[in-house]
Design a binder for this molecule. Structure first.
Ligand code: PAF
Length: 277
């Protein structure tokens, strides 16, 4: 696996490949590689000649400096995992390489806004779409792979691609879930023992809620559920909503419905979503 840190060098390598019109599959990550990322790489390998993974902890998508600084950094282990996944190239740029003019962000996408995560993290998605656009511009992949765990992110990136008429397929991939039913997330590697126990209890409660919602035609007592979360010390809930996966609007129709949830275990924000059909 080639490891490239300089954009210029990467563009030189890709120049010759693009001329041969080999298809490039791209998996963008912020590191702390886990089975979810590896499944995206596998999917990319099945459909492209060359697979590039990036690791870049994007400063413009964090709400505060503490969160940015405490984001898990595990580069050595990540490289070992990526090598054994047979990824062709790892792009590992510095902040200056991606933001040569400073940390500027563009608000390019107005659809799917002011709801779910965007309602609670106002600039977050502008940071995400800005950095993803930069990566697409540098690498010009044919296909780029995103996990459904970050469902709203995936919809916004897809929308950005349409607005900017970027020639890339945004491929949405199923969440890889732990045996407790929750999607894998890099943030979970920061859990203490106590937080892991709370997470396990949360997972059990969500599993039951999803089962009830499916059985009772999307009806369940959300207030009761919130009370139960407070019993396990989860008191900050950003949202707990049923939305249509196609347009992200609130729905009471079980076709295409998903439960979207964002809660905090201490300062760690957990987001996930669950099909209800
Ligand atoms: O989902 C992520 O890890 C990030 O938001 C992404 C897409 C790599 C952009 O920084």
């Amino acid at each position: 696996m080639k490891i490239i840190t300089k954009t210029k060098e990467l563009k030189n390598i890709l120049g010759s490949i693009n001329n041969l019109s080999e298809s490039i599959g791209l998996v963008l990550t912020m590191g702390n590689i886990h089975a979810g990322h590896l499944s995206l790489i596998k999917e990319a390998q099945n459909n492209n000649k060359l697979v590039i993974t990036s690791i870049f902890i994007n400063p413009t998508q964090f709400d505060n400096d503490d969160d940015y600084k405490s984001y898990p950094k595990t580069l050595d282990q990540d490289i070992v995992k990526l090598k054994s996944s047979n990824c062709d190239l790892l792009y590992l740029p510095t902040v200056h390489e991606i933001y040569p003019k400073g940390l500027v962000i563009e608000k390019s996408t107005l659809k799917y806004r002011n709801i779910l995560c965007d309602g609670h993290r106002p600039d977050h998605f502008d940071g995400v779409t800005t950095v993803v656009n930069t990566f697409f511009d540098i690498i010009k992949p044919k296909n780029s792979y995103f996990g459904e765990k970050d469902y709203q992110q995936m919809k916004l990136i897809d929308e950005m691609v349409k607005i900017k008429k970027i020639d890339v397929n945004v491929v949405s991939c199923l969440s890889i879930r732990d045996k407790n039913g929750m999607s894998l997330s890099s943030r979970n590697s920061n859990f203490t023992q106590k937080q892991s126990e709370i997470f396990e209890s949360l997972a059990k409660k969500i599993k039951l809620l999803v089962k009830t919602l499916k059985k009772n035609n999307l009806k369940a007592n959300f207030n009761q559920f919130k009370k139960e979360l407070s019993k396990i010390n989860i008191n900050k809930i950003d949202y707990l909503e049923i939305r249509d996966e196609k347009n992200l609007e609130i729905t009471s129709n079980h076709h295409h419905a998903r439960l979207f949830i964002a809660v905090f275990i201490d300062k760690i924000r957990i987001i996930d979503n669950f099909k209800l059909y």
